[in-house]
Design a binder for this molecule. Structure first.
Ligand SMILES: [Zn+2]
Length: 656
């Protein structure tokens, strides 16, 4: 056989073997045999580069049908957890539960691995789907690219099962990977977490498997079987040979919780993977439901984050940044230093009071730490090491951007630029307006806003809607496609709901939550513009300070003009309730037992049709929807003479 044909044969065989091994989970040959053939191919390719085939497993592109990654909606949203940084928070959390249930609830304390959260679905005994967390509502389908060493392709359980877990890269694998990348002149990964996420979408299967990713299940989001406790659901996973972390402690008092937190903290740095804290969960599933959820978090779980690692370095300089609210923030410029696997060269100094409190001078040796925030902070100064060359930090009287005089506000000790035309404020407000949680205009990030502002194409966020393709397509770095994409994204933003339009305006003290409350209360921009201070104070969840700031902003002629323009471009200026019907208005519901679809599906239907969900059986409950294996709630409902209906009776109520 000639060389060319042998290469072809090897490529075919190896691709077949790797598909069998990684996708079908039924290896056709031993690893040794595979590696021998792979080596033969590699050697031949080196000697005869002219015969290297496009689909060779030695090249980055492996199996072709794998290279498109879709975004899909999570059947059950992936919640994040409330974070706490002190044991006091944990005590409060536990006390809250105690008051709610009238007893010391059993909770679990588990290690919180520092990786990427994934949702994994099994059906009929087979691994069906792996999806990233994404924004919690939808994530990326990485079923075909993710190679996770310890995740079985088949399990003995034949029902439907949706699992949640964390994918991690072990510390030794991370070190070795970065070593090799360094030698090859490739960019290094900042930490094992980034390396793990980055490895989930690799197309080359051999490369992906060399990353040796591991996954640990921390919960079942859906299972045809119902579990009484969280630990029972994890035991069920173990019985099915699914990987579950061995570090879980069941506690029935706050002192036991504290002990478990301490135990985990003590072993923190000796574990084979990074952890950043512990997670505490109510063990009993009925109790979990009774505690319920906020818009963002389950109320029955909390994450406890361990103190960040502290590192010392030198303060080289302090620069002053102007944010979109005009606040001037001192930023420490540091001698670059490694902390928790990341190189840090900037840190926040918050405000003048903080600088005074730290008694910090340029040239000082300082301790920095990276806590829950993305930006590290300076925590202390080693005054004993101060040199004679150390210089005092002087705050500017004038805006470093526009040179106008700064005002010092009493509430947060910050100097503010009050010049509404200051480029820093204007650009900041446009960037905020276009950001993901506001108008979500893709392609209009910091750099582009700066460019278009400097070119006088946009001077405020209303100007975005006057942009056109011909202004953009001939600019350096642009083309017809990127210009059209941006204009399309701008037009798409006209469908963004009213509450996010309010948030996008960037009024001081009006975050996403307050914006939603204001939108729900006033229903339209016209009503909001006519609101008095008293009207604003009436909004549930909006305080005096927010009411004042909204009022003064809306009385500003410039803002009024901008809002009028936004209205003329067709942005959403009226509140549309996410409820689509009102047939269940005034009725309260609770679900128990197993239904044919995940509980969340029925809960969404109830809310969409104007019904209200209750967290427990009481006299206020109108309907209990009972599925199979309904337990104590059904009993209680019968006792209280609450109407019990089946899932079909419920569907009839909303004409489904
Ligand atoms: Zn300024």
């Amino acid at each position: 056989m000639d060389v060319e044909n042998r290469i072809k044969e090897l490529v075919d065989i190896l691709n077949k073997y790797s598909k069998a091994y990684y996708i079908d989970n039924s290896p056709l040959v031993s690893d040794v045999e595979y590696d021998r053939l792979y080596k033969e191919l590699e050697d031949l390719e080196k000697k005869y580069p002219e015969y290297v085939m496009e689909d060779s497993p030695t090249k980055t592109v492996g199996i072709k049908h794998n290279n498109k990654i879709k975004t899909i909606t999570h059947e059950i949203p992936m919640y994040s957890l409330e974070n706490s940084y002190s044991i006091e928070d944990i005590k409060e959390f536990y006390t809250r539960l105690y008051k709610l249930f009238g007893l010391n609830p059993e909770v679990t304390v588990e290690v919180k691995m520092d990786g990427a959260a994934l949702s994994v679905t099994y059906d009929n005994g087979r691994l069906q789907q792996i999806v990233t967390r994404g924004d919690g509502k939808s994530g990326e389908d990485i079923t075909n690219t993710a190679v996770i060493k310890n995740l079985p392709k088949k399990i003995s359980y034949k029902g439907r099962l949706i699992l949640r877990g964390e994918v991690i890269m072990p510390k030794v694998v991370f070190k070795q990977l970065n070593k090799i990348r360094g030698e090859m002149g490739q960019p290094l990964f900042a930490n094992p977490r980034n390396a793990a996420s980055g490895s989930l979408k690799l197309i080359n299967i051999k490369e992906a498997s060399s990353r040796e990713l591991e996954m640990y299940i921390y919960g079942t989001a859906y299972c045809d079987e119902e579990f009484i406790t969280h630990t029972a659901s994890l035991d069920f996973c173990k019985e099915n040979n699914l990987p579950v972390s061995q570090y879980l402690y069941v506690c029935s008092s706050i002192s036991e919780v504290e002990q478990a937190l301490k135990t985990i903290e003590d072993m923190r740095f000796s574990l084979p993977y990074d952890i950043d804290g512990a997670v505490i969960k109510v063990n009993n599933k009925d109790y979990q439901e009774e505690a319920g959820w906020t818009a963002k978090f389950p109320r029955w779980a909390i994450a406890y984050k361990y103190k960040a690692q502290q590192v010392s370095t030198k303060l080289l300089d302090v620069i002053f940044q102007v944010g979109r609210t005009g606040a001037v923030t001192p930023v420490a410029v540091l001698e670059p230093v490694q902390i928790s696997g990341t190189t840090v060269s900037r840190a926040s100094l918050h405000n003048e009071d903080e600088v005074k409190r730290l008694n910090i001078m340029t040239g000082d040796t300082v301790f920095i730490e990276k806590g829950g925030e993305i930006i590290p902070k300076v925590v202390s100064v080693q005054e004993k090491l101060r040199s004679d060359n150390a210089k005092e930090i002087v705050f500017p009287d004038k805006c470093p951007i526009c040179n106008s005089l700064l005002e010092i506000s009493e509430d947060d000790a910050k100097r503010r630029c009050k010049n509404t035309e200051c480029p820093a404020l204007v650009q900041g407000s446009i960037i905020h307006f276009a950001s993901r949680d506001a108008m979500d205009i893709k392609g209009l990030g910091e750099k582009v806003v700066e460019e278009l502002y400097n070119a006088h194409l946009i001077n405020n966020y209303a100007d975005i809607y006057e942009l056109n393709v011909s202004q953009l397509e001939n600019r350096e770095g642009w083309g017809e496609v990127s210009a059209i994409n941006l204009i399309n994204a701008v037009n798409d933003s006209k469908n963004i709901p009213f509450e996010r339009v309010i948030f996008a305006l960037g009024l001081r003290h009006v975050g996403a939550v307050a914006a939603k409350l204001i939108a729900e209360h006033f229903k339209s921009m016209d009503n909001l513009m006519n609101a008095s201070f008293n009207d604003l104070e009436q909004v549930k969840g909006v305080g005096e300070e927010t009411a004042k700031s909204v009022l003064s902003s809306l009385n500003d002629k410039n803002i009024q003009e901008i809002i009028a323009r936004l209205k003329s471009y067709g942005l959403q200026m009226e509140y549309v309730s996410s409820a689509t019907g009102s047939s269940l208005k005034g009725s309260t519901f609770l679900i128990t037992g197993t239904l044919d679809k995940p509980r969340k599906y029925y809960e969404d239907l109830i809310v969409q049709n104007g019904g209200t969900l209750l967290s427990g059986v009481s006299k206020n409950l109108n309907y209990l929807i009972a599925g199979e294996k309904a337990g104590s709630k059904l009993e209680k409902a019968k006792k209280l003479e609450v109407k019990v209906i089946s899932q079909n009776e419920f569907l009839n109520m909303i004409n489904r």
